[in-house]
Design a protein around this ligand. Structure first.
Ligand SMILES: [Zn+2]
Length: 432
């Protein structure tokens, strides 16, 4: 349902549209944006007409977070990536600073409208419409994700209900009292809410919630996590991906086989992070096409992704897909005894076990050896007296990671719970 004509254009037409929009962005940047004018000039681009076809995209320079952060430090508070005077902007958000420094990001009313439009694509693909009541289980703060999701919900004509500044119990009560039909939060928090509801004897599996939409972590694309959320909430669970600097670039459709890239609003490339050449799996690099007041060109997101091997999606959209969602952050990978271990692969193993409510991953050095231990906390009342859970989890971890990892049990309520992005990994090994 809800597929727009723009989303099903033949590739040739879609790329022509991308090219035209890219050129109009470049025209603005060359005229009015000091940050990108300098970068484009240094790359030998003097006019938007220098870009004549999609293959010319490779002539454009990449952008890194470090560059943007240095620019903001040298030109406080907002840097030189502004195509308009500061008075033209109406919204300010900040990155969560998971890697390095925080970035400040400005939007004009027009850019903010674009954010809402991108989010409408997320909702439409998840089968969410004007009749829905969407609950945002999140303390909004300076982060753009949920503010933009809220904007998108309002544009859609749905009822947008904020869960800011509430405890988990208050959020659950608000969800039930308002008969909310859609829950938007991180995948970790959806499971945490389910745990709290269970403790309070609240029946959320039979509540009005029929869709859950998640971002901030790969969880909603990890089959075991998705299925756990779906069972807890009696709803279908959808993944979404985006970033402050970039926009809401990816969404899951009804076919639920990978994340579509919103190619009407973004040009996405997957590049080998070392050679920066196109690759089937590698770093996601994004150019946004309608945020000219503070744009990004070929922005290196740091997200590791893999193209889906099939072009055609049963939903009819011609937008390409990322297989299995975002695999993880490039800098999150743990190299254990020479093997790359993504935290999402640990999650995929742990979430197969309903007895486990929370977990943490610890990498450390014992003698000369790298060791990996997964500490798990069991649901109240569960125990592993027979030792079978430990053996089954060790086997699942070995299958998913390709290396052996130890399993330890944490006490009740010992491991932290998370609302925003979960931080479950600690690496105490000496830096090389
Ligand atoms: Zn699809």
């Amino acid at each position: 349902m809800g597929v727009l004509a723009d989303e099903t254009l033949p590739r040739g037409e879609l790329e022509q549209q991308q090219l035209e929009r890219l050129r109009s962005q470049l025209t603005i940047m060359l005229a009015d944006n000091p940050f990108y004018r300098n970068k484009l000039h240094a790359a030998g681009i003097r006019s938007a007409t220098d870009i004549t076809c999609m293959a010319d995209l490779t002539r454009l320079p990449h952008t890194t977070k470090q560059e943007l952060s240095e620019d903001q430090r040298e030109h406080p508070p907002y840097g030189t990536n502004c195509s308009l005077p500061h008075e033209a902007y109406s919204r300010l958000h900040q990155t969560s600073g998971t890697t390095g420094e925080r970035l400040r990001w400005l939007d004009t009313p027009q850019c903010w409208n674009w954010w809402g439009r991108c989010w409408q694509a997320v909702y439409r693909a998840a089968g969410v419409g004007a009749d829905d009541r969407i609950f945002f289980a999140f303390s909004f703060g300076p982060f753009i994700g949920f503010w933009s999701a809220y904007e998108g919900a309002s544009q859609l004509g749905a009822l947008a209900i904020t869960g800011g500044g509430m405890s988990s119990q208050q959020r659950l009560q608000a969800i039930l009292a308002n008969q909310a039909t859609v829950l938007v939060c991180t995948p970790t928090y959806a499971l945490h809410l389910a745990e709290v509801a269970n403790g309070l004897g609240m029946d959320i599996a039979n509540s009005a919630i029929r869709r859950t939409i998640h971002a901030g972590e790969p969880g909603a694309s990890i089959p075991a996590t998705k299925s756990k959320i779906e069972r807890a909430w009696g709803a279908r669970c959808f993944d979404h991906a985006g970033a402050t600097e970039v926009g809401a670039w990816g969404f899951e459709c009804d076919a639920q086989d990978g994340l579509h890239v919103n190619e009407s609003e973004f040009i996405c490339e997957v590049l080998d992070p070392q050679t920066l050449q196109p690759s089937e799996e590698g770093e996601l690099v994004v150019t946004n096409l309608d945020r000219a007041a503070m744009p990004v060109v070929r922005y290196r997101t740091g997200d590791r992704v893999r193209w889906h091997d099939q072009d055609k999606c049963p939903c009819g959209r011609t937008y390409r897909r990322i297989a299995g969602g975002v695999i993880g952050r490039l800098d999150d990978v743990l190299i254990i005894r020479g093997i790359n271990v993504y935290p999402s692969a640990v999650e995929a193993a742990v979430r197969q076990f309903d007895q486990i409510v929370e977990y943490a991953v610890e990498a450390f050095r014992r003698g000369e050896m790298d060791e990996l231990v997964v500490r798990v906390e069991l649901v109240e009342g569960e125990s592993d007296d027979a030792g079978s859970l430990r053996a089954d989890l060790e086997r699942a971890l070995h299958e998913n990671l390709g290396i052996r990892a130890g399993v330890e049990f944490a006490g009740s309520r010992e491991l932290p719970r998370f609302e925003l992005k979960a931080k479950r990994v600690t690496d105490s090994r000496p830096r090389p």
